[in-house]
Design a protein around this ligand. Sequence first.
Ligand SMILES: [Zn+2]
Length: 469
Amino acid sequence: MHKFHFKDFDYLVVQPSPDHVIIGGSVYVEGDTIKAAGDAAEVEKQIKDNDDVKVIDGKGKLLMPGLVDAHAHIGDWCSQICYNSLNFDMIEEVDQILDIYFWPAWAWYTAEAAYDFTLFGLAHMLKHGTTCSSNNYLWAGPTIRALSDSGARGINHANLLTIIQRKDGKNGEEQLARIEETISEYHEPDGRVQVGVGPDTPWNVQSDILVKGMELAERHDLQYGIHIAEGFAEMEECEKLWAGKGGYMKHLLDLGLLTPRTLVWHGIAFNHEQIDILAERDVAVVHCPMRCPEFRYNTHLAYMLHKGMRVGLGTDHAPHNIFRSMYGCRLLQDATQREYHLENPWTPLELATQGGARALRLEDQIGTLDIGKKADLITYDISRESSFFPHTEATVIMGLIMQGPSGTTQDVMVDGKLLRQNGEFTELDEDDLWERTSRRINEFKDYYYDGLKQGKQMVVRNHPDYAGI
Ligand SMILES: [Zn+2]
């Protein structure tokens, strides 16, 4: 069994608040589990009779729980080419944006590209402190294989989408079958690699597929992630579409989609009344603050937390650096006049650790460095970290939220396995990943720009948005 002594760190963040920061702290790991955490001398006493213990020296470093990105489209690098190249209005032009900039990429992705892009994205996340993620991307098999190979923890909420034909399935039935195939091979209930079901939205996936997806999730006790209330245009269209059935929320309830296994991504446009319905049913939400400015509105996050909801933080699109989401969360909440406010200045760090763990139903395993939890932890060199200066328990916590570390992770452990050490990957070949991913991006760029120039049809539609079928 592996034994690791993370020894005498300048700062040890056991839980995400200044009260749980220890100056001169250590963590002892056996196998995949944290066996001791706290004051360095105390931990030393507890492990003194153990042999074969590998020591990670903490001088000049900070040690904290691995971060949780509860919503990301990790392999979706191609749509970034299109997405970032234009001026657009996400409210007025969302349909055209999807048709021109997202769906051509989603119709193009091959199994090999999906694997490489996902592994590249997961490596990027490990570099930036995220050890656990929920990924909503296509090609269920190759993407969960990438998760398994990366060493990171996560739930692969493979995407279901019926409006367009993709290479991993012309329709929802084929996409569902691909998710089902991955369950026996990869899904570890309570383990590092988990399968989830991830329909895109209630307005671009046929209702029968939404329901079948939920049935699949129930059969195997999987989580069910879905984008809802990303903006007001969606809410208005859906209210109109299902007016005869009592409105959007009533439609979702009638389909049986609002349950404790449901993870709503975004939820920007929910009002208090709608949040009450979600809270009553113990639905979890992932707040993605970097999307809020595009929809010119801020999520009612503080109200969700006031109602006791399980809320995590997500990055949604690249760059998948959850420190940016913490910063965005803090700024948006401070800038929004609301009846309810965040309880603590460090709430964003709580959301990116314990909150995300709760939202993903992993709170017994990860989110803090308490004894008995899985050994998912990250370290940073803060010996010259002037962004947090002067270093105290409070400035270190607020520095993480407001500035983020200046550098990338030094050491990363997931499930007791060391994935990075002294700023380098232990197994992943970063140069090879760069080379493969860059080559595939260039293939897509050539295809996409050529297609645009020649007016080629790059997307085959099955049905329109908001078809109500
Ligand atoms: Zn999303």
